[in-house]
Design a protein. Structure first.
Length: 226
């Protein structure tokens, strides 16, 4: 069974009983603006990308890689219903595409490429899937984005999300990402760090490696890298 779009809170309720919730220390954000989940991925890869996006608005160009990725994701969505769920280690499940989620607790919004719902009753589970136009093993920044989707699904739908998958489009490979307590804590901590950086308009340092700057759409704004 597939749904092309599932609105926030479709399953309703509070986080499922027994679900680990490291978010208790987070405030409930009442600001009129929300971070996007993709900001976590960008911040972990290079925090300046997020800084430029929010503090220098309307300057981000759409690169060839971005456009190609969007088109590839669209093709995968059209083909996904014809495939079994074996790539995700499942025999059965409900697929939901382009799932919009909002978390006032995290202060984030986002759209998940696909969510698979398995089980019934107290055994229901939500599995977020992120499509990537890459052959490389997913870096930590992609895992942070995925676990944030999991936290938001638990809050909005009231069912556990204990793992997710990064689907590599070129190789048709699904990489399992367990949502460990460590990964959950890091994601929630990054959300707070990003919001503080934006509110203080504090420019962060450059990325760990200048190789990350070569294809960056913001490289002309940095004078201390390449």
């Amino acid at each position: 069974m597939a749904s092309k779009q599932l609105l926030t809170g479709a399953y309703g309720g509070a986080p499922a009983e027994g679900t680990a919730d490291p978010r208790g220390a987070l405030p409930s954000w009442e600001d009129p603006w929300l971070l996007e989940v993709t900001d976590l991925k960008q911040f972990d890869y290079c925090p300046r990308v997020v800084y430029y996006r929010y503090c220098l608005s309307d300057v981000r160009p759409v690169t060839y890689k971005m456009a190609a990725g969007i088109e590839a994701q669209s093709r995968v969505t059209r083909l996904e219903d014809r495939r079994s769920l074996r790539a995700y280690g499942l025999e059965q499940g409900e697929r939901h595409y382009h799932v919009s989620v909002v978390s006032t607790r995290l202060g984030c919004s986002g759209q998940i490429d696909m969510v698979i719902v398995t089980g019934s009753g107290n055994e229901r589970r939500a599995i977020p899937v992120d499509f990537k136009l890459s052959r490389r093993k997913p870096g930590n920044h992609f895992r942070l984005q995925l676990v944030c989707y999991g936290l938001m699904l638990e809050e909005a739908w009231g069912i556990p999300a204990t793992e997710g998958y990064i689907y590599l489009i070129p190789s048709r490979q699904a990489i399992s990402v367990p949502f460990t307590a460590h990964l959950r804590r890091k994601a929630t901590r990054l959300v707070t760090e990003i919001r503080e950086m934006i509110m203080e308009q504090r420019m962060p340092g450059p990325p760990r490696s200048v190789r990350q700057c070569v294809d960056c759409e913001f490289r002309r704004f940095c004078n201390d890298t390449i």
